[in-house]
Write a protein that binds this ligand. Structure first.
Ligand code: NAP
Ligand code: MG
Length: 490
């Protein structure tokens, strides 16, 4: 059989203009920072720009601007008027979609195919969806005229920089809150481009403030007395520190933390579709996905066939230049993350699991990790328990459906899960047993702004997206102290 190699199909980067240095976006304008750190392209280690390191004084200015904007403008504006700004932002994101996609791939390392087809369209969809809610909050199930909290402090991770910004800013603005947002240290550039979109949309000054920086900048937001609500997405470790910091205060919080999702394959699953779903579940976004299907649970009698076909599929994954339109797996976001993936993968080998990767040539510069699977994994292995947050799949087997559920739920996390089966009754039965905020059936990693997302146990508090997500940004006498009131059986 003749095979043809793919010709390179690079997306042009001429559509983006990156300044050599950025400040913070406070009260509608860019203000210079005192100290800076570099943001690099993880695919080749090229320095893209210098990013301002936000101090507590910068955070203070931003919180004050957000407070004035809340009191003088945003809380007084009708939902209908607020909605117009959100629609405008959504449309500008669509108009500038290529620019955002290229910039995201440069700064984050994710394939252009994903930033173009997933991150940016979903970010716009979040603004469209929440624009629709802005004048309908009376119908959100929270009673008449539910009130905003005031100023929201929002801290996001590096795996979906623009999309996580949209998950945070769209519901906050729709419900009448103003925001101070901190992007992750390694991926600030699309947030800074978003600041320009706010200017382009004539958003009133101070409604959105963006302070770049590191963990200390995030902590300054958490600790600021002028913040009414924290929305955090990131690691369980930092989430716990935030919960401790705000415990003595009246601050509300939603925490979207880590995961170690089980992707369960029953023996009646459609094999070829399932194999594709497994690949998408773990190798999408280099596995830098909190809800990744990182623990594959295979029913024993189909395990061999699935693994054989999975290896064939994995050998077809194209690893390399994130800006190439044929690339499936891009760069690991940072050298720190690469070290973490390497360390956990080495523990898999030394604890006795069997490691396999397809032959693949990795670029010399930048941060890269080949798609990897471990078979013969037991529940005690670190790679079955800890979040690797990389393109590494741990494979376990089971004999009975009950055993699958027990293994799936045997984790401190509970963000997502997947079920592959042809029987509707089995899918419904299994999804009711799984302690996970999102359960996908015969698909994986599907997101929609109308669908609430969030976890059980150490995966976090509250929900983002959908009607449930609105409740985290609104005060209502009908809710319990826990945001959204949806973490029921914890
Ligand atoms: P991380 O270290 O917790 O960082 C998340 C954000 O918090 C970053 O902006 C970070 O700033 C900031 N930060 C760090 N220390 C802080 C502190 N003490 N106080 C306040 N803010 C602080 O997480 P990560 O390693 O970047 O991201 C990966 C983790 O996020 C994974 O565990 C993943 O599961 C989780 N995640 C969860 C979801 C979800 O929806 N549940 C989505 C995506 C990722 P710096 O970047 O400057 O360190
Ligand atoms: Mg970067």
């Amino acid at each position: 059989m003749t095979t043809f190699d793919y010709a390179p199909a690079p997306e042009s980067r001429s559509v983006v203009k990156i300044s050599s240095e950025y400040g913070h976006f406070i009260n509608g304008e860019f203000v210079a920072g005192a100290n800076h750190f570099p943001s690099i392209n993880p695919a080749n280690e090229e320095v893209l720009s210098q990013i301002a390191l936000g101090s507590s004084a910068d955070v203070d200015r931003a919180v004050k601007a957000a407070r004035v904007a809340y009191e003088a403008v945003w809380s007084k504006m009708s939902g209908r008027e607020r909605g117009k700004y959100l629609y405008r932002i959504a449309r500008i994101l669509q108009e500038r979609a290529r620019e955002f996609a290229v910039l995201e791939s440069l700064d984050n390392g994710k394939p252009i195919r994903e930033s173009r087809d997933v991150d940016v369209p979903l970010a716009a969809a979040h603004f469209f969806y929440h624009a629709g809610w802005a004048d309908k909050l009376d119908y959100a199930g929270l009673g008449h005229a539910p009130q905003a909290h005031g100023v929201a402090g929002q801290i996001i991770p590096w795996n979906f920089p623009l999309l996580m910004l949209a998950w945070k800013i769209a519901p906050a603005l729709a419900t009448g809150n103003t925001v101070v947002l901190k992007p992750a240290e390694t991926t600030s550039l699309t947030a800074l481009l978003f600041a320009q979109v706010c200017q382009q949309a004539d958003l009133p000054q101070g409604v959105v403030n963006i302070v770049t920086g590191d963990g200390s900048t995030g902590a300054a937001i958490v600790d600021h007395p002028g913040i009414d609500k924290i929305a955090f997405t990131g690691s369980t470790e930092v989430g716990k520190a935030i919960a401790r910091a705000i415990a003595p205060t009246k601050k509300k919080a939603t925490l979207e933390l880590g995961g170690k999702a089980a992707n369960i394959v029953f023996d009646d699953a459609p094999i070829d579709e399932t194999v594709e779903g497994i690949v998408n579940g773990i190798f999408f976004n280099q596995g830098h996905v909190c809800c990744a299907g990182s623990r594959l649970l295979l029913q024993e009698n189909v395990a061999e066939e699935i693994l054989r076909k999975l290896k064939v599929q994995m050998a077809k994954i194209r690893v390399g230049d994130p800006l190439d339109k044929n690339t499936d797996l891009g760069a690991i976001n940072s050298s720190a993350q690469l070290s973490k993936i390497r360390e956990l993968s080495e523990s898999g080998g030394s604890e006795g699991a069997e490691r396999w990767s397809p032959e693949c040539i990795l670029p010399d510069k930048g941060f890269w990790f080949a798609p990897t699977i471990f078979t013969g994994v037991t529940q005690a292995h670190r790679i079955a328990r800890e979040e690797i947050f990389g393109p590494v799949l741990s494979v376990l087997t089971f004999r009975t459906p009950q055993e699958a559920i027990e293994k799936a739920n045997n984790t401190p996390y509970g963000l997502s899960a997947g079920i592959w089966s042809e029987k509707g009754s089995r899918i419904l039965w299994a999804s009711q047993q799984l302690k996970a905020g999102v359960v996908w059936a015969n698909t994986f990693n599907k997101f929609d702004p109308a669908s609430p997302f969030g976890g059980y146990k150490e995966s976090g508090w509250g929900r983002e997206g959908g009607r449930h997500g609105l409740t985290a940004y609104l005060k209502s006498s009908q809710l319990s102290h826990k945001e959204g009131g949806v973490n029921e059986d914890e």
